[in-house]
Design a binder for this molecule. Structure first.
Ligand code: ADP
Length: 564
């Protein structure tokens, strides 16, 4: 096949490898986390495929084995996973397969333009580089892999310096063996005790047995390194915060420490265990992602089924986690997943639980006027994910009222409550002026532009608070939601007439009569505007554009962008 022989890495991989190899990376040991995680993923995939194709069944004692050889200076990581064909070796290991790594290398390119390479090694630690982390410790890497269902194995070899070679090879069973020829300064990773410690630290939650093969008095012995039980199946009291955090990083491929953890067992018509995480950082490619679907994983009896079951609504897609149920058959098909009432019930219960948690977190954070420990973390969480949560105000009629309870907004009210300029809708309503029956808002590109908008002046002068909305979805939800606490949302772009309800401020300076100016302007702008009027809405600006009966500016811009 065309894949055999020597090939150049894709340019992206070349750049990444260069960085990996040349950075004096302090946490080099994470290479093992990456390789063991890949092995576990491959075994999950094989188990899933074997549900519908018995020929792919895993061996009874499927495991990930680590064999350090101090004499040969090699560390070998072998798995009973799905394996890779020659084509897959080339495409998965010769180009950048995973989106996280791609985003990482894009960020890297950015940084290099800005000459900020000093931070790049930290980036490796923050985001992980998957398989390529092997080149942090090895000067040659050999992968021998046999795809399940195939008799032929292939090897992939590279010194990480621009090219890799693929050739036919031998492997008695399907799976993958990775042999690292360790660099002279990385031989401490050949020490069995060291390998054991690293696995304990990084990979203890892996739900496949990880075993160490070592020589004891000239005899080969196998020693288990992890518990091999699914973390979520363990009682809460037995799981340490570090174990939770590491598991979160494993399933989400994110590298922060979770902001909040939900771990519970539901009993009743549908029984399931759920372990969910609210991230503390927004993944840097989050807003560029094509898919709005939740990636939380569905397991049946500890077996991975799919990450596409949409366990949570799109506006909660930042939530990461696992739901495991005994109430579905193991060989559940995609079509069945769509149709089964079991999944619908799980979705409903899981979503309700997350919504209640958000309400609770919001409530606690804002108690005492926001002057308490939880407030800062909550505000940060809202800055990261509020713009996604607000999509729920637009599209999730069932939870709209719940979201409105904890959603935060910027407004013209400068708050002294420790909310750093944020308010809830309830806070806004409390401050409404007598005679005010609507919640006023203005949509625009950014806070500065909004605050400088002449549209605001009349409201500011009369002390009427206005919400300042800048996220894409803000152009949509107020109208769809209609009202909060029976107070309609009203864009001030349409609400200038409302100003008459509020007492006008005393004019300062002399109000020059506009008697002659208005007809002159009307003539000059004939056909471009429908009318020109005197106004008491402005305090600083000379003119303001008004829209009567047409969508407001932000909406017009959005419609233009979408080609309407
Ligand atoms: P990621 O694991 O995040 O996708 P990697 O660079 O670590 O990124 O791996 C790239 C791809 O190579 C994986 O998605 C997988 O398809 C394949 N791969 C890596 N290691 C193995 C393995 N041990 N068995 C089977 N496939 C593997």
């Amino acid at each position: 096949a065309a894949t055999k022989g020597t090939h150049a890495f894709s340019a992206e991989v070349g750049r990444l490898l260069d960085l990996v190899v040349h950075s004096l990376y302090s946490d080099r040991e994470i290479f093992l986390r990456e390789l063991v995680a890949n092995a576990a993923d491959a075994m999950d995939k094989r188990r899933f495929e074997s549900l519908t194709d018995k020929a792919l069944a895993l061996p009874a004692k499927a495991a990930i084995t680590l064999t350090p050889d101090e004499k040969a200076k090699t560390l070998t990581i072998a798995d009973d996973g799905l394996g890779m064909s020659a084509e897959e070796l080339a495409s998965h290991l010769g180009t950048i397969a995973r989106s996280g790594t791609r985003a990482f290398s894009a960020k890297l390119a950015d940084d290099q333009k800005g000459n900020a390479t000093a931070d790049s090694p930290n980036l490796v630690g923050q985001f992980g580089v998957g398989f390529y982390a092997a080149f942090m410790v090895a000067d040659r890497v050999e992968v021998v892999s046999r795809r399940t269902g195939s008799e032929q194995a292939f090897s992939w070899t590279s010194d990480g310096k621009g090219t890799y070679s693929i050739a036919p090879a031998k492997r008695s069973q399907p799976g993958t063996t990775i042999t690292l020829h360790m660099k002279a300064d990385a031989t401490d990773f050949l020490n069995p005790a060291r390998v054991g410690d690293i696995v304990k630290k990084w990979a203890d939650h892996i739900s496949w047995p990880v075993e160490l093969v070592e020589d004891v008095d000239g005899k080969r012995q196998t020693r288990p390194l992890n518990e091999g039980t699914a973390l979520w199946a363990r009682p809460k009291e037995d799981v340490t915060p570090e174990e939770y955090a590491e598991f979160y990083r494993h399933i989400s491929k994110q590298f922060d420490t979770p902001y909040d953890i939900l771990h519970w067992q539901a009993e009743g018509t549908t029984a399931f265990t759920a372990l969910l995480f609210l991230p503390s950082m927004r993944p840097f490619d989050f807003l560029d992602r094509q898919s709005r679907e939740s990636q939380s994983q569905l397991y049946v009896r500890r077996m991975f089924i799919t990450a596409d079951a949409q366990l949570l609504p799109a506006w909660l897609r930042f939530v990461q986690g696992v739901v495991d149920t005994d109430d579905l058959p193991l060989n559940v098909s995609r079509e069945m997943l769509q149709a089964t009432p079991v999944l619908a019930r799980i979705r409903k219960a899981v979503t309700r639980r997350v919504v209640n948690e958000l309400k609770k977190l919001g409530r606690n954070a804002l108690a005492n006027g926001g002057k308490n420990e939880g407030a800062e973390a909550w505000l940060e969480f809202w800055e990261n994910f509020g713009l996604v949560i607000k999509e729920g105000l637009w599209e999730d009629a069932l939870h709209r009222a719940d979201i409105a309870e904890f959603a935060l907004f910027r407004s013209t009210h400068s708050t002294s409550e420790g909310l750093e300029g944020w308010t809830t809708l309830a806070g806004y309503v409390q401050r409404m002026k007598s005679g005010q029956d609507a919640i006023y808002y203005l949509v625009g590109d950014n806070q500065d532009a909004l605050r400088a908008s002449p549209q605001l002046e009349g409201f500011k002068a009369r002390g009427v608070e206005v919400l300042l909305l800048t996220d894409p979805v803000d152009s949509f939800w107020p109208e769809r939601m209609g009202s909060y606490d029976s107070k309609p949302f009203r864009s001030i772009a349409h609400a200038h007439a409302d100003l008459e309800r509020f007492e006008a401020p005393k004019p300062t300076g002399d109000a020059a009569p506009l008697g002659k100016l208005l007809p002159a302007l009307t003539k000059a702008l004939c056909g471009k505007v429908s009318a020109i009027r005197d106004t008491d809405r402005l305090t600083d600006s000379a003119v303001v554009l008004n829209h009567e009966g047409t969508p407001d500016l932000a909406m017009q811009r959005l419609l233009r962008r979408s080609g309407q």
